[in-house]
Design a protein around this ligand. Structure first.
Ligand code: PLP
Length: 416
């Protein structure tokens, strides 16, 4: 593949197989039928998006809607804009006008279209529209609960575990989740635009024990392709970096960003994996399914990360539907996180027993592939600690006592 052909361009019409019909100078409209993926250019709107587009953006063409930059430019960032698409309560309006809100509002028009869903709209809405509880601190809440500062040897880098680092490439996200663990750095102008990565790259070059680099932020897939390519090229030039991972929410809140041009760029840097932040089964739309199919077709293993959130997904059936739905779009559930105690997060946090109950409700009852690792990222910087239901019940006469998913007791003769 001619790499220079990829420079600067974000147009999606480059690898149309010969002989396929081209409409209006663009590739043929896509659907998420896997057989048509190779020829689809833009990610076409699903039914819900079409209805939303006609209602709230009359005069805007689907080509504009399908353009990820249009989605970013037209994101909802103020009370005035938001109140034109959803009915806000008195307290929601009050919060949006309050100077005490620590994280700005940002919702893409695409993601906003999901808020109107009569069944699931409420759950999704709570994740992105600030609630009044955001303004009140409760005991134990901190701005940097994971104490990432303490493990930051150079700007943009968190080195906590022996063989891998977290590279915080940007402070920008296309949507701000109200429970974001990095409220101390996301959406801060100085972090958005400070892309002096040299010290971080140099640190990785010097530390030969770093074999895994996880690029996160903010959302790295919101960066211009040129910037992303530069970063990936630098990292790939370091011989001891074996794998590169990207943490993103883009396929969920801005699936239009997963252009063929982006996937062609990403697949030049294998082995590369992507962890996608999913929250609720209502996010499993045709657009997101196609975005994930494109990434998977580029040979990128896809994992999910989900934060356990009260009133959103703290329910066995909702979580099972999400995990099974992820497998259908070729995403392997990876982590279920206990919600971090960031300031104003009390309305999101469930007791630990809820997470354990959910894992218990999945393990054995559905595909093992659909069961994520439930972890607490410990306040103070201890790292991720897995939590499991009590399957191991102790030892008796050389036998290990085990409880199965149905609650029945079994014995295993343990080796001496
Ligand atoms: C989560 C995390 C990682 C990656 O952890 P894995 O368990 O390998 O996915 C690396 N560094 C930091 C600081 C993290 O928080």
């Amino acid at each position: 593949m001619n790499v220079s052909a990829l420079q600067e361009t974000d147009s999606s019409d480059r690898d149309v197989p010969l002989g396929f019909p081209v409409k209006n100078g663009k590739e043929r409209a896509g659907s998420y039928d896997p057989m048509s993926l190779k020829i689809s250019g833009l990610i076409e709107p699903g039914e819900a998006s079409k209805v939303f587009l006609q209602k709230h953006f009359p005069g805007v063409s689907t080509d504009e809607w399908n353009d990820w930059k249009w989605q970013i430019r037209n994101s909802f960032t103020s009370l005035g804009q938001l109140s034109s698409i959803v009915e806000l309560s008195g307290t929601e309006k009050q919060v949006l006008l309050s100077p005490g809100v620590h994280l700005p509002l940002r919702i893409t028009p695409y993601y906003a279209s999901l808020l109107s869903d009569p069944v699931n709209g409420y759950a999704i809405r709570k994740a992105v529209i600030p609630g009044v509880q955001e303004l009140s601190l409760t005991p134990g809440e901190q701005t940097d609960p994971l104490n990432e500062e303490a493990n930051t040897p150079v700007p943009h880098l968190v080195h906590r575990y022996p063989d891998r680092v977290l590279f915080l490439a940007t402070g920008f996200c296309s949507a701000y989740c109200r429970y974001c663990t990095r409220t101390h750095m996301v959406a801060k102008e100085k972090v958005h635009f400070n892309r002096n990565w040299e010290p971080a790259i140099e640190y990785i070059r010097q530390h030969t024990e770093v074999r895994d680099v996880l690029i996160s932020g903010g959302d790295p897939l919101t960066m211009p392709e040129k910037m992303l390519r530069n970063l990936l090229t630098e990292l790939r030039s370091i011989a001891h970096v074996e794998i590169i991972r990207i943490g993103t929410k883009v396929p969920v809140v801005l699936p239009q960003r997963i252009t063929n041009s982006l996937t062609r760029l990403l697949k030049q840097f294998h082995p590369l994996m992507i962890s996608i932040h999913f929250t609720h089964p209502a996010e499993l739309t045709p657009e997101t399914a196609e975005a994930c199919a494109r990434l998977a077709d580029a040979g990128i293993p896809l994992g999910s990360q989900t934060v356990l959130l009260k009133g959103i997904n703290d329910d066995i059936d909702v979580m099972k539907k999400l995990m099974q739905g992820l497998l259908k779009i070729r995403v392997r559930p990876y982590y279920l996180y206990q919600c971090d105690p960031i300031p104003g997060s009390s309305h999101f946090r469930t007791p630990i027993s809820k997470g354990i109950e959910i894992i218990q409700g999945l393990r054995g009852f559905t595909s093992g592939y659909a069961v994520p690792n439930y972890v607490i990222d410990t306040p103070g910087g201890g790292g991720k600690i897995p939590l499991l239901p009590e399957y191991f019940q102790g030892k008796e006469n050389g036998n290990v006592i085990l409880k199965n998913y149905e609650g029945k007791i079994f014995y295993y003769p343990d080796a001496e």
